[in-house]
Design a protein around this ligand. Structure first.
Ligand SMILES: [Zn+2]
Length: 363
């Protein structure tokens, strides 16, 4: 690989092949869980896991990718680079294992979507259905312009105007929360968190409970793209400053670790995230979950791309020229083609994983 950006896969199936071959070359224990859905090309869609380490580890570092489908292009490249260049059993404590989970949302990865086969944002799906569904009044007030049935310059202008009014009345942070926190009422809408446990969520809990092999101590790094300054990373915790889960992250990663509850994160506090799923799947263990989020374009452009993508899959023609342009934009906002961005992401991810190994898994 002359430029680091070259490590990015071209497709889900190519990514999966490279992931499995890289894991196999290290002698990893490979497994795969198929979801009950094929891509439109007929590909089998699986969540693949590779485990490296002792049979009975006392601690496991988990590196996962693709809970947001299309974000798996970067996540998969990061995982493969880790296996090819960073992983070194001599740098790990005898009791430390590494579990690498590939493509938590294989459908979205394959179809270049952030959501899964049920239009669900999996990182809003980890809660009790329906008791855990928090109402999202801001979203409710804006749902008709977030999810228009026709995507025209008029419906775009109406959306902008309503957002401006909403931000003026409630503040910009409240608008971001309304648009990104998650919602459980509009199943054809943006940021839908589902009405039941999704197949990938069930699989993730199973992987968390079984594939971490009863380790007492689990650090879970879930790789994302699409939020924050271009090419920079933030390690996002859903735990409040002062709680053990957040304080460990701060101790290990310094100021790059931010809390959504503390208010200094690029992300607002969210509903139903993977952290909550890990809490229920791994009771009684010491778990430190973090979303490793790499910034791409400004969040307004990202939101606009998600809104168009949602319209396309419910009201448009995916195979039309317009459909292709919308899909290309969605890919670009979550996985920029710029080789400098790709190279920077791989370099920073390697630093993050080196820090994780040194802080958590070294002898
Ligand atoms: Zn994400």
């Amino acid at each position: 690989m002359s430029s680091a950006g070259g490590a990015f896969p071209l497709s889900y199936s190519g990514a999966r092949r490279t992931f499995r071959a890289s894991a196999d070359a290290l002698g990893a224990r490979l497994d795969a869980i198929a979801i009950d859905k094929r891509s439109h090309r007929g590909e089998e869609l699986t969540i693949d896991t590779a485990y490296l380490g002792p049979d009975q580890p006392d601690r496991v570092l988990v590196i996962s990718s693709g809970i947001h489908g299309v974000e798996g292009f970067a996540g998969s490249a990061i995982q493969v680079e880790f296996m090819r260049r960073r992983y070194d059993p001599a740098r790990l404590a005898p009791g430390a294992g590494v579990l690498i989970v590939h493509a938590l949302n294989p459908y979205g990865f394959s179809e270049l979507r952030r959501v899964n086969e049920s239009n669900v944002d999996l990182n809003r799906n980890f809660l009790a259905h329906p008791e855990g569904h928090e109402p999202n009044a801001g979203y409710a007030a804006l749902a008709d312009v977030i999810n228009p049935t026709e995507l025209t310059s008029e419906s775009d202008a109406a959306c902008r105007e309503r957002f401006r009014t909403y931000a003026r009345e409630h503040g910009q942070a409240s608008l971001q929360s309304a648009l990104t926190r998650g919602q459980y009422e509009w199943k054809d809408g943006v940021q839908f968190g589902g009405t039941a446990d999704e197949a990938s969520s069930v699989a993730l809990r199973k992987i968390a409970a079984e594939a971490t092999r009863d380790a007492e101590d689990v650090m879970w790094l879930d790789f994302h793209t699409g939020l924050g300054p271009w090419g920079e990373v933030e390690l996002i915790s859903e735990y409040a400053p002062g709680s053990p889960g957040f304080d460990r992250a701060r101790e290990w990663f310094g100021p790059a670790a931010r809390s959504t509850v503390g208010g200094d994160s690029v992300s607002v506090a969210l509903c139903g995230t993977i952290e909550r799923g890990l809490e229920t799947a791994l009771p009684g263990r010491r778990v430190t979950p973090l979303a490793a989020e790499f910034g791409t374009v400004p969040s307004t452009r990202t939101f606009w791309a998600m809104r168009a993508d949602n319209w396309l899959h419910h009201h448009g023609d995916v195979e039309s020229d317009r459909g292709r342009a919308i899909r290309a934009e969605l890919l670009e906002v979550f996985c920029p083609a710029d080789p400098a961005w790709r190279s920077q992401v791989l370099g920073i991810a390697d630093e993050v994983l080196k820090t994780a190994i040194d802080a958590f898994a070294a002898p």
